[in-house]
Design a binder for this molecule. Structure first.
Ligand code: SF4
Length: 459
């Protein structure tokens, strides 16, 4: 006999246990088992007045935001609607089925005031990384760094040509929050100071967003999401928002390496990155200043494709500080710097080059051959030597783990476009997404859900 659902939903009294309603293998249980926010009240206490009407519990808001980023519900309005009806989310947030939810507007107020002043999400991120370290998920031997472009909340059609954008005409009183943040970051290495070049277009609503055509499709406004990961299990060790240009991404990588060392006392033995990080000054910083082996392809424009000898065919003799050319002659330097102090020039003698049988393949248009050498060439040589090792082939594969995290970020967590404006908005979203990704990783690898106190019981 076909069964029919009893349509009577008017039952007045019933027994309900929220703890039992949440499946034992639900992701919220695994994340709840590894997420400890017991320290939050103590940390935020100085940011709340001692008297007056009690605020919304900050731990509740943090838990709700974590739910939002773990399950790709970034709109706070949609998040409130989802937590209202989803029993698993209610259980994770510590709400009973009768508890009222905060209004969505409370999130933006808290984000721009107490959460921002206290840096609480940075603290949550660091605590989660600390738990990953304690659980043995961080090897500390090798790191990888990369950046991914995330579209900004900026309308292309309302943009201005970069030359028409007048920074000095901004009224600090009447400007929006995103514009004030842009002005505040003009001297930052990750933003204004990264490049003196005027961008082609500027968005008046979010001027820190970078106009970029780097994706080889139609240009758009974007921020760069920078990740520094430990390659053992792909734990995100640090996250930083920056302008979407190479100089800013390299600056962000340095900031993250320094911060990870200061915060966790971990400095990797080697760093894997793509060619964008292979400039001579950056390799010098890694090798000489930090003592980190650069598993990074070198940016090298010395290769010639006109059939004449490239620089690699000249052998450098460190002892004598000379180059030896393919004909066995010496190229010396006078010590004079060129190219804004970045290069030393080594010159062959016209007496050697004039009668040389190889001249047509070496310097057919000039009386003698010149070979430039970057002042940081030693660090480049270290990176070149590493690139020929078997270890480099492995670290190249390890580097893919960062790309996989960015793919997960965009496809599963749906962070292809920012919802918030300004450098702080981008930092807030990237930090929460990194917390969500680390928590998912931690939960998957180590969580064993312990029995938990009943959160709601109605009769
Ligand atoms: S042309 Fe001059 S630098 Fe070039 S191979 Fe001959 S001697 Fe050496």
């Amino acid at each position: 006999m076909m069964g029919r659902l009893d349509q009577d939903q008017g039952q007045l009294f019933y027994s309900f246990n929220l703890e039992e309603a949440v499946p034992s293998d639900h992701l919220v249980r695994e994340i709840a088992a590894v997420l400890d926010l017991s320290w939050v009240h103590g940390e935020l206490a100085p940011h709340y007045p001692p008297i007056g009407r009690p605020s919304i519990d900050p731990v509740l808001m943090i838990r709700m935001l974590i739910v939002g980023y773990v399950f790709a519900i970034r709109s706070e309005r949609a998040l409130c609607r989802e937590v209202q009806v989803n029993l698993a989310y209610r259980w994770f947030c510590g709400l009973s089925i009768e508890d009222k939810l905060p209004d969505h507007s409370a999130f933006s107020r808290a984000r721009n005031e107490r959460f921002c002043d206290s840096g609480i999400f940075r603290r949550v991120f660091e605590r989660v990384v600390g738990q990953c370290i304690a659980a043995g998920l961080v090897g500390g031997e090798g790191f990888a760094v990369d950046a991914s472009l995330i579209a900004a909340d900026a309308n292309k059609r309302r943009s201005l040509p970069g030359g028409d954008w007048k920074k000095k005409a901004i009224d600090p009183e009447g400007a929006s929050r995103a514009v004030k943040e842009y002005v505040a970051t003009l001297e930052d290495a990750s933003y204004g100071a990264a490049s003196p070049v005027t961008p082609k277009f500027v968005s008046p609503s979010d001027p820190a967003a970078q106009w970029t055509g780097a994706m080889k499709s139609a240009a758009f406004f974007a921020y760069a999401d920078n990740y520094l990961i430990d390659v053992k299990f792909g734990v995100i060790m640090d996250v930083e928002a920056s302008r979407a240009i190479r100089q800013a991404e390299v600056g962000a990588a340095r900031t993250m390496i320094d911060r990870t060392e200061a915060c966790f006392g971990i400095k990797p033995e080697w760093l894997a990155a793509d060619t964008a990080y292979g400039s001579a000054p950056n390799l010098e910083w890694l090798v000489k200043e930090k003592g980190i082996s650069p598993h990074v392809p070198v940016i090298d424009k010395s290769k010639r494709d006109d059939g004449t000898f490239s620089r690699e065919e000249f052998v450098y003799d460190k002892e004598r500080d000379i180059y030896i050319c393919p004909a066995g002659k010496r190229l010396k330097t006078s010590g004079r710097l060129a190219n804004g102090g970045a290069t030393l020039l080594y010159m062959a003698s016209t007496y050697d080059c004039g009668p040389c049988p190889l001249k047509s393949r070496c310097c057919p248009l000039s009386p003698q051959r010149r070979v430039p050498r970057d002042v940081n060439e030693e660090a480049r040589d270290v990176a070149r030597a590493l690139a020929k090792t078997e270890a480099f082939a492995q670290t190249r594969r390890d580097r893919k783990k960062v790309e996989m995290l960015f793919a997960h970020l965009k496809r599963i967590l749906r962070l292809g476009r920012l919802r918030l404006r300004g450098p702080r908005g981008a930092q807030f979203e990237f930090t929460l997404a990194a917390i969500a990704q680390n928590l998912r990783r931690l939960a998957k690898l180590v969580a064993r859900p312990p029995p938990r106190r009943t959160a709601g019981c109605v009769a």
